[in-house]
Design a protein around this ligand. Structure first.
Ligand SMILES: [Zn+2]
Ligand SMILES: [Zn+2]
Length: 344
């Protein structure tokens, strides 16, 4: 069968590989759609020691498909069912899991290999983070389950309430999902980005206002954001969905006194960001780092996609054949599209 094989930074290709049969507790799934994500692009360019400790490796983790074989002892799923799965499952036994902080699990089991004709889902993920999806839900729309689950986690931490003013910094797929979910929760949402096509998508997702900050200096950005908040005080909740320290700083500066910043976008290791300590003290900010997801958030994300409350298709820039994987990552790097669904 065809599968994407990753051999190191910049070395990714579709190759012919042996099919693997599912082991006990595992299931094999014929991939009907696999979505590219920012993590794929990062891994392709720089490698990713956590996701790819050993090379060569299978590649890709956002997918939906049809069960093609079930391993010994699997009773939850049967051949022919349409399913979607998250990219990891927590162990349920470590200190983090026992404190209900499953996103910090020390033994997260990862799945790689979604960019292929078939993928085997590891036992822990079959047990805790794999779901059937309705017949009417397109596979392409179900594939972005993992990022949506992380955004559901961010929403849970945000404390966003009915009537809040929420500023979302960045309108890529993650930012758009925050815009959509904050809108569903009854907030007034402002989307901030530099690309007109992304800001247009934010309006479709439910943003009441958009601010194009292309060419503005930080002081002008702060003023433009404050201008559209109640009493020009700033945002009740400010969400960073870019993954750049300068935008983390921008997100904190956008807060009203007593506001909460959700610092969501992953930044390079060791990259510092700074906050005015006086403002942090006198204005009582709450800053929250949010990473990854947990089974309860995956369940909510499946429901949002299945019910159509979040239109997964709206996150997809284009549907392409599997062979266009590398080209699609390059297009993401060049800012031509933000998420591609690849069909084997
Ligand atoms: Zn992803
Ligand atoms: Zn654990």
């Amino acid at each position: 069968m065809k599968a994407a094989i990753f051999r190191g930074p910049g070395q990714l290709a579709i190759e012919d590989v042996e099919r693997t049969a599912p082991g006990p507790g595992e299931i094999a799934v014929t991939v009907k759609a696999a979505a590219t994500c920012g993590t794929d692009l990062k891994s392709y360019r720089r490698g990713h020691p956590k996701l790819f400790p050993e090379l060569p490796a299978r590649f890709g983790h956002e997918f939906a498909g049809i069960v093609s074989e079930v391993g010994e002892g699997v009773t939850k799923f049967a051949v022919g069912q349409r399913v979607v799965a998250a990219n990891t499952a927590p162990c349920g036994r470590c200190w983090a899991c026992s404190l209900n902080r499953e996103s910090l699990c020390e033994n997260l089991e990862f799945l790689n290999g979604a960019f292929a004709e078939e993928v085997v889902i590891p036992r822990a993920i079959v047990e805790r983070n794999t779901y059937r999806i309705p017949d009417e839900l397109p596979f392409e729309a179900a594939a972005p389950l993992e990022p949506l689950a992380t955004v559901v986690h961010g929403m849970d931490e945000s404390g966003i309430k009915l009537g809040d003013t929420v500023v979302v910094h960045g309108a890529g797929p993650i930012g758009l999902m925050f815009v959509r979910l904050a809108t569903l929760r009854g907030a007034h949402v402002v989307s901030v980005d530099q690309a007109p096509f992304r800001l247009d998508q934010a309006l479709v997702a439910g943003a009441e206002r958009t601010i194009n900050i292309a060419g503005l200096d930080p002081a002008q950005v702060d003023e433009a954001i404050r201008e559209v908040t109640p009493g020009k005080r700033g945002a009740d909740v400010s969400i960073e969905a870019v993954g750049l320290p300068v935008v983390w700083e921008q997100a904190v500066r956008a807060l009203r006194p007593g506001g909460t910043a959700v610092l969501f976008g992953g930044t390079p290791k060791g990259a510092p960001f700074s906050v005015d300590s006086s403002a942090m003290h006198y204005e009582e900010y709450t800053l929250k780092g949010v990473f990854h997801h947990a089974p309860k958030y995956v369940a909510i994300a499946v429901d949002l996609l299945s019910s159509g409350k979040v239109d997964g298709m709206s996150l997809i820039s284009e549907v392409r054949p599997l062979g266009a994987l590398v080209e699609s990552l390059e297009d993401m790097a060049a800012g031509r599209g933000s998420k591609y669904a690849l069909v084997p």
